[in-house]
Design a protein around this ligand. Structure first.
Ligand SMILES: Nc1nc2c(ncn2[C@@H]2O[C@H](COP(=O)(O)OP(=O)(O)OP(=O)(O)O)[C@@H](O)[C@H]2O)c(=O)[nH]1
Ligand SMILES: [Mg+2]
Length: 266
């Protein structure tokens, strides 16, 4: 169960953008991230809301989020009992009211990505826009081993799951009305959730686009790279089951319905 606090009076019609921020143990940078986002979004004159979805934090993240929510009418705060990145994203995506929904990390966000994605979706060029760390022109400043894990994981996703873009984990934006129903179908959690969402969106024939990402995280990585790599590999089996064993079908050459949607770079 989630509880939405500080539900503002705005209706769906009033809001053109929802920013979803999952937050876990982020007391150190949550305040500055919210300030930076609000400053940038106000400058661009969006009608927006920001949704923070906290769960499982052992620090003052929830208290801080609630305090900010009490002061800022454009901020809505949700909390779930157990820490889970994917569950938090799903909660935020389903609660979103903006025509365009964008997900950022507390330590990784980019307002120029938002602007480009918002325009692409508004112009009908895309339903889903991902910020790709692997697209030509991307600037990924993470350490080499993390980049290698991303490279291996996304190569597998593209070859065995027909993922239509070169990266799925990280910043992304989508058209709410077409993607929320797909969001409801997703069954995986943790870091697989957004990968499943992007693959399902491609399978459903939605228009996927990618924008080369600039990755500069606001703090050092918190997860151990080996644990991350093992989780990613094990996740492939979970994802297979969730999506009806696409790789097995591919290898056996059965049930292939191929809707080739070229991803493109805007
Ligand atoms: N609600 C919620 N948010 C989470 C959870 N885990 C991570 N997050 C948030 O998701 C975003 C990304 O988390 P990070 O810990 O930076 O993960 P990452 O960038 O993929 O991995 P690192 O390379 O280790 O930094 C941040 O906004 C986190 O606060 C969780 O269990 N619940
Ligand atoms: Mg991070």
């Amino acid at each position: 169960m989630s509880d939405a606090e500080n539900d503002s009076q705005k209706t769906d019609q009033d809001i053109d953008l929802t920013v979803v921020l999952p937050a876990y143990n982020e007391e150190e940078i949550l305040g500055s991230t919210i300030t930076n986002l609000i400053t940038g979004l106000d400058e661009k004159k969006y009608q927006y809301e920001i949704i923070i979805v906290e769960n499982g934090s052992r620090d003052a993240t929830l208290r801080l989020a609630r305090m900010l929510g009490a002061q800022l009418s454009q901020l809505r705060v949700f909390t779930l009992p157990v820490g889970n990145y994917g569950a938090a994203l799903k909660t935020g995506f389903l609660a979103a009211r903006g025509k365009v929904v964008v997900s950022f990390d507390v330590d990784y966000y980019d307002l120029s990505f938002l602007e480009d994605a918002f325009t692409a979706i508004g112009d009908g060029e895309a339903d889903v826009v991902v910020a790709s760390k692997r697209a030509p022109g991307a600037d990924d400043q993470r350490e080499a081993l993390r980049k290698l894990v991303t490279a291996v994981f996304t190569t597998i996703l593209r070859s065995l799951f027909d993922m239509k873009v070169t990266d799925a984990h990280g910043m992304k934006a989508f058209r709410r009305e077409t993607v929320q129903p797909i969001c409801e179908q997703c069954v995986t959690t943790e870091s697989l959730f957004d990968v499943e969402l992007v693959i399902r969106a491609g399978n459903a024939g939605l228009l996927l686009t990618e924008i080369p990402a600039t990755v500069i995280e606001q703090r050092p990585a918190r997860s151990h790279i080996l644990k991350r790599a093992i989780t990613a590999i094990l996740g492939l089996f979970t994802l297979q089951r969730a999506l009806g064993f696409p790789a097995v079908k591919k290898v056996l050459g059965i049930g292939q319905k191929k809707t080739q949607i070229p991803s493109k770079t805007v």
